[in-house]
Design a protein around this ligand. Structure first.
Ligand SMILES: [Zn+2]
Length: 263
């Protein structure tokens, strides 16, 4: 599931290239906030990297029932609340403005504002053009009521929202447009692997409250399957684990990492 989700995220990034530039500076100024970072510094010296670890916090997983859409929505509402709290605190510490993403639960293929979201692509995607996370509650998803995939996928997509709010996505898009071939793939992998690192850091921060077995996390790592847009399997595992161990965005500067770590 992670593999599929990551692939859809690449579709998102490629599809919204034009739209991003229209929204890149929105919300950059605020009474007490610093301007949204721009230029090279947005990627390699982002104020998010200077913030502390995510503190351990409580997050529960409400029971889900097969084919019961309402129970899945309640499950995700709780998770998104945890993500909002966790990221809002880091943005506050970084002196950056923050607003949570809009969220849409869908059950069939729709147009997202970043292209068509086909049910078989993924469990979720983030569209920066409308700062909305689209979560696909397909029949297949609604049959896996104990799975942990959905949790980590939503944490990954929320990582893309954090990148958006921190000016990382806008700078990524500006550069991406000028690149082709190997250099475009390299940059795309850095944005995706950072979202993996953010996901690992968040999951670790709430792990003790989830009542899950370490096996559930190990299984996530085992199921990873890389590709040229998202990185080799070993590197996806590396950044998920680096986030998990580092517990915060400071561990996740993929843009300063050597090429071998983002291959
Ligand atoms: Zn992604």
């Amino acid at each position: 599931m992670i593999r599929i989700s990551l692939r859809a995220a690449a579709v998102m990034v490629a599809a919204v290239a034009g739209a991003l530039s229209l929204t890149g500076t929105a919300g950059a100024s605020g009474a007490s906030a610093r301007p949204m970072p721009t230029g090279a510094g947005a990627l390699t010296r982002n104020p998010l990297y200077a913030t502390g670890a995510f503190g351990s916090s409580e997050c529960t997983e409400p029971a889900r029932w097969a084919d019961d859409l309402d129970s899945y929505r309640a499950y995700l509402d709780d998770l998104l609340g945890c993500l909002d709290r966790t990221w809002r605190e880091r943005f506050r510490e970084a002196g950056l403005r923050f607003s949570p993403p809009k969220v849409r639960y869908i059950t069939k293929s729709v147009y997202t504002g970043c292209g068509q979201f086909v049910a078989s692509y993924a469990a979720a995607l983030y569209c920066p053009a409308n700062t909305t996370m689209w979560i696909m509650l397909s029949k297949e998803e609604l049959s896996d009521r104990m799975g942990f995939d959905l949790f980590t996928i939503v944490a990954h997509e929320y990582g893309h929202h954090a990148q958006d709010r921190a000016g990382i996505l806008a700078e990524f898009e500006r550069r991406f447009r000028t690149l082709s071939g190997k250099r475009a793939y390299d940059l795309n992998r850095r944005i995706e692997l950072q979202a993996d690192c953010f996901s690992g850091a968040f999951v670790r921060s709430v792990w003790n409250s989830l009542g899950r077995d370490r096996h559930d996390w190990d299984e996530q790592l085992e199921e990873v399957e890389g590709d040229m847009w998202h990185g080799k399997t070993r590197n996806i595992r590396y950044w998920l684990t680096r986030g998990w161990s580092g517990r915060g965005p400071k561990a996740c500067d993929t843009f300063s990492a050597p090429a071998s770590k983002v291959a």
